[in-house]
Design a binder for this molecule. Sequence first.
Ligand SMILES: Cc1cc2nc3c(=O)[nH]c(=O)nc-3n(C[C@H](O)[C@H](O)[C@H](O)COP(=O)(O)O)c2cc1C
Length: 183
Amino acid sequence: MIATIADTIRGRRTIHEFRPGAPPQVVILDAIAHASWAPNHYLTQPWRFYLLGPETVEAICLLNAERVRAGKGERAAEMKLRRWRAIPGWLLLTCQREADEVRCWEDYAACCCAAQNMMLFLWDRGIGVKWTTGEVIRDPRFFEITRIDPARERVVGIFWYGIPAEIPATLRKPPAEFISRLP
Ligand SMILES: Cc1cc2nc3c(=O)[nH]c(=O)nc-3n(C[C@H](O)[C@H](O)[C@H](O)COP(=O)(O)O)c2cc1C
């Protein structure tokens, strides 16, 4: 049966467990191309997508493990390292910074729309994503590893992707709880 857009929106879940093996990069590139059709005030197209290769991924995994080691000890660091190394696909999304505050907000909003476009596109093709904004993305060493200038770009998130091993269930409040009518 062909999924409708409503099925894809409701069915997409954040994926925490992936099967081994990265999905074909051509699909990821296609998802990014579709991401860029997000609504975007003034068409500034502020999104920057980085496809992370093995060297960068390993450096981020090690940095994160170091951070975990400092807070929770060696065993927790080793477990986290093993877990992060097993993530099949890594993508980074940043938003170009603007001096004007309103423009900054609008650009960030557009990047979030782009992220959702990308995730829905991938979900439709059987690929799950986890958008993560863990502490590591705010570590100054993260910017050295990725060679991103934090004065020019703000990290929207790391996006882990792959074939879902498990699809979690989640709930939302009934719409009546968040809809108000104004006269
Ligand atoms: C900006 C943003 C940051 C997020 N960061 C994390 C994260 O660091 N860790 C995590 O487990 N999930 C993260 N998520 C995913 C949410 O936890 C997830 O969307 C939420 O639990 C609802 O689940 P669903 O996506 O399956 O509907 C993030 C989502 C967004 C939009």
